[in-house]
Design a protein around this ligand. Structure first.
Ligand code: NZQ
Ligand code: ZN
Length: 387
């Protein structure tokens, strides 16, 4: 087993109708609040008003309109509001985009550094405002991790930043808040949850405990994902997906294993940076092609384990057939929940493929550490196969 260090400082508050607990959770953190929300869903559903009611007595400044693939401009605007109003803590109401934007704001609000510099150099973050989140979409796991992903349209970059100071103090996770998530974003969230799992599970060196966590999460998505897409207010399905999502990016799925460089995320962030597509959709398209690229005699056993334990394939079957069937089933599953299977369906062309392959090589972890090492030509091969 590889040595590891796991630090999970966030309190998860799971269950229906727990928003009122924000009052107690935020006591002792001051009285001036920045409330951050997205492009309208939380306002329309009345959730923003419920959160404000739970925070009665505090002075609330609001930043709404944070878009998917959140922009550095919103981070700058939020940090300026915090500085102007001496904000004590932040409450993010939304999905991963709102939460990520709020994390970056929390750091930029108490720093003299320019916001994009902090995204590029998260090791320079020495402090951050306390952050509380109210999660509305099961996907990223941002509610329970120390990372944020911010886009800069001026430079066509989408960069991840990680620092323990960005971890929320507490996250309210009420699965019924996700009933209103449209089928497309529900499916994209499922693909994201599964991708986080693949990124950490698909390594040469297994570990019985974290392998089991990963396989459980994948089976959960496969069983409950279609139910949530078909019946938006199926509480059991929404709850299963939300719980599966929370562990995606906080290290729980990689315990004791050699870290993977998350190749699909590296490639997907490049696609989003140039084409602003939905994160989970990009992952659903790339993943089967990355799997086909990665299947070799050396990696075969891992795919067989995946096929047998997740898809219930015959352990006595021909290993290469089992592995290929598992990959095909992965692609079919994404299609079955309504996700596109080609980048061209989302408006992506091959125009920027060379730039993407170059950028991922210089700005992401080395993909040489992937299940099958991926060089620049490999990134291009996966992108072209996905088109
Ligand atoms: O803008 P609003 O009104 O909130 O609408 C959103 C948005 O249109 C909508 N939505 C969210 N909750 C809803 C809802 N609509 C109806 N009812 C609700 N309850 O869904 C759309 C997508 O929301 P978004 O927050 O963008 O989705 P997601 O949670 O998938 O976040 C995606 C972002 O997170 C980053 C991605 O790259 C992307 O920028 N990631 C963050 C990670 C992290 N912090 O650890 C890791 C991930 O791998 C990922 O990279
Ligand atoms: Zn992701």
């Amino acid at each position: 087993m590889q040595p590891f260090s796991l630090y999970l400082p966030t309190r998860l508050v799971y269950g229906k109708d727990r928003i009122e607990e924000l009052d107690g959770l935020t006591r002792g953190y001051g009285t001036r609040v920045l409330l951050v929300a997205g492009t309208g869903s939380a306002r329309k559903s009345g959730l923003v008003d419920r959160v404000k009611a739970a925070l009665a007595g505090r002075d609330i400044v609001e930043l709404e309109g944070v878009v998917p693939n959140p922009r550095i401009d919103s981070v700058r605007a939020g940090a300026a509001l915090c500085k102007e109003h001496n904000v004590d803590f932040i409450v993010a109401v939304g999905g991963g985009s709102v939460i990520d934007c709020s994390k970056a704001i929390a750091a930029a609000a108490v720093s003299d550094e320019e916001a994009w510099e902090l995204v590029r150099h998260p090791d320079r973050i020495e402090k951050a405002l306390p952050l509380f989140t109210v999660l509305t979409l099961a996907a990223t796991g941002s509610e329970y991790d120390n990372s944020a992903v911010i886009s800069n349209t001026a430079t066509s970059e989408k960069l991840g930043m990680a620092n323990d100071r960005l971890a929320p103090v507490a996250s309210i996770c009420d699965p019924s808040l996700t009933f209103s998530v449209p089928a497309y974003h529900t499916a994209a969230g499922i693909a994201d949850i599964m991708s986080h799992t693949f990124e950490q599970y698909m390594v040469l060196e297994g570990n019985p405990v974290s392998d089991g966590f990963c396989e459980t999460i994948l089976r959960t998505c496969i069983e409950y994902g279609p139910k949530a897409v078909a019946e938006p207010d199926n509480e059991e399905a929404r709850s299963a997906l939300m719980l599966a999502s929370s562990f995606g990016c906080n290290g729980m799925l990689a315990l004791g294993r050699t870290p993977s460089p998350w190749p699909c995320h590296g490639i997907e962030h490049e696609i989003s940076a140039f084409h602003d597509i939905t994160h989970g959709v990009g992952l659903a398209i790339i993943t089967p092609h990355w799997m086909r690229y990665s299947l070799t005699e050396t990696t075969l056993a891992r795919f067989v384990q995946y096929g047998v334990r997740v898809w219930g394939l015959d352990p006595e079957g021909d290993p290469m057939t089992v592995a290929k069937t598992a990959i095909d089933k992965t692609a079919e599953f994404f299609a079955s929940i309504g996700l596109p299977s080609r980048l061209s369906e989302t408006g992506v062309t091959d125009e920027h493929f060379e730039a993407m392959a170059e950028h991922v090589e210089t700005c992401w972890w080395s993909l040489q550490g992937a299940l099958r090492p991926i060089d620049r030509a490999g990134v291009l091969e996966i992108l072209r196969a996905s088109l």
